[in-house]
Structures are given as structure tokens and as C-alpha cells.
Ligand binder design. Structure first.
Ligand code: PGA
Length: 250
């Protein structure tokens, strides 16, 4: 019922020229993808990538957005700037932003509200650290992160948000949550959405898994009923690997 969505998170990789070349290599490999395909690229690559995806099914996204419409925020980018530069999606609250750039649940919420209001499609990242899982706080934490981030949105807006459940200990480490762990925690997120917004809304929200997802483990993860896609870091930087993830059902 929910259409899967596979998104690449390129992080701080690829110059505009390299970005265009990667998209050109990717295009023929994902031409009959059954899922939504997105590449979230560095903001300075948006223009080149938007041109390169022309005539393909690949959607374009950014990796962060500021919550103000404009103003004295040196180095930041507004939702309108990203939209006009070619972004349709934006990742918000990635753990690397929480860890290295002082992102909090409150600022994630501000960014989500600004992005949705401007018409960007949000990929909201939540997930626990290793010590939080070991202490038994995973469920409470992902519920809290999710509900705070969505505060202020109505049901219709929540339905359009894509959530990426990314256990921090699995990002870039080669460690993946087991299929069952990922499915279970995504189920916890969906139940929290159901309690707050009703079952109908919860059943419409697409929830991805992220954290060392790759051509080898994608099939098992995607076979889980709660998992609606993936947010892919390392494996999205090579056209062949990313296309294998996108074509998990082939
Ligand atoms: P990874 O990154 O696939 O390299 O673990 C995922 C992410 O950070 O979104």
C-alpha cells in the first residue's frame, strides 16, 4: 500500500561535475525502478543534478534547511533557496547534524515546519545511539524524537513526511540493525504516530531504515512489513551499488 522510497544521502561528497557524472551513470540503471528514487546532494550540486536528472525518474533533495525565511544567518540556506535551486526533498535532523552541528529536537521541529510550509518534502531522521539502545531507551527515544519533530503539523502534513529510522551505531560503520530490530523499532514509531494522529495517518507515513544499507542486506530489510525504504549513505556514492539497492525487488 505504501510505495517504497529509496534515497541516497551523499553527505559532503561530489563536486557539481562529479555529481552530474554520477547521475548520468545512475539514470539508465534505475530507469524501471518500482520505488521512488531520490538523491540528496550537497546544496551547491543541486543545480547540476537537477539538470542531469531531466528525463529520468530520479528526484532531487538537499541535506539540511534553515527555519527562517531569510535574514542574518551567515552560511545558511532557506527552503525557498533550495526549492528554486532544484530541491524537492530535504533531509532534516540527520544524526551527523545532531552530533556535529548542535542540532536539537527543537531546531529539528522548526526546520520541519519551515520546510513543510514552503512545500519541500521532508525526510526526517531519528535514531538512537549505541549506549541508548544498550540502556533500553530506544523505543522511548525514537518516539520522543519523532513526535517533537512533527509538532505543529496537521495530519495531512504528517502523512507526507518520510521518516528515516537510523540507529546511530549503524551509520557508516558496516554494522546494520538486524531485519527484525529495524522492523520492530519502525513499528514502535508507527504505533506512536497512530496514538497521536490516528491509525489512518500512521499507515500512510513511509518509514525508511538507514544505516549501512547496501546491495547485500537490502532484500532482507525490505521484506519486513514495516520498512518502506532506505536512506543510503556510503552505498549511494557508486551508481552500481545504489542501483542495486533501488532495484531490490528485481
Ligand atoms: P550509511 O549512511 O549508509 O553510510 O551508513 C546512512 C545515513 O547516514 O543516512
Amino acid at each position: 500500500m505504501r510505495k517504497p522510497i529509496i534515497a541516497g544521502n551523499w553527505k559532503m561528497n561530489k563536486t557539481p561535475d562529479e555529481a552530474a557524472a554520477l547521475v548520468e551513470a545512475l539514470k539508465p540503471l534505475v530507469s524501471d525502478a518500482a520505488c521512488d528514487v531520490v538523491v540528496c546532494v550537497p546544496a551547491v550540486d543541486l543545480h547540476a543534478v537537477k539538470a542531469a536528472v531531466k528525463g529520468s525518474k530520479i528526484h532531487v533533495g538537499a541535506q539540511n534547511v534553515h527555519f527562517a525565511e531569510k535574514g542574518a544567518y551567515t552560511g545558511e540556506l532557506s527552503a525557498d533557496m533550495l526549492l528554486q535551486s532544484g530541491a524537492e526533498y530535504v533531509i532534516i535532523g540527520h544524526s551527523e547534524r545532531r552530533q556535529y552541528f548542535g542540532e536539537t529536537d527543537a531546531t529539528v521541529n522548526q526546520r520541519v515546519k519551515a520546510a513543510v510550509a514552503a512545500g519541500l518534502k521532508v525526510i526526517l531522521c531519528v535514531g538512537e545511539k549505541k549506549e541508548e539502545r544498550e540502556a533500553g531507551y530506544t523505543d522511548a527515544l525514537v518516539e520522543y524524537q519523532t513526535l517533537i519533530a512533527l509538532t505543529g503539523l496537521d495530519k495531512k502534513e504528517v502523512e507526507k513526511v518520510v521518516i528515516a529510522y537510523e540507529p546511530v551505531w549503524a551509520i557508516g560503520t558496516g554494522l546494520t540493525a538486524t531485519d527484525e530490530q529495524a522492523n520492530e523499532t519502525i513499528g514502535v514509531i508507527r504505533q506512536a504516530l497512530a496514538r497521536k494522529y490516528g491509525k489512518g495517518t500512521a499507515n500512510k507515513v513511509r518509514i525508511q531504515y538507514g544505516g549501512s544499507m547496501n546491495p547485500k542486506n537490502v532484500k532482507g530489510l525490505m521484506a519486513q512489513p514495516e520498512i518502506d525504504g532506505g536512506l543510503i549513505g556510503g552505498a549511494s556514492l557508486k551508481a552500481e551499488d545504489f542501483s542495486k539497492v533501488v532495484n531490490f525487488d528485481k
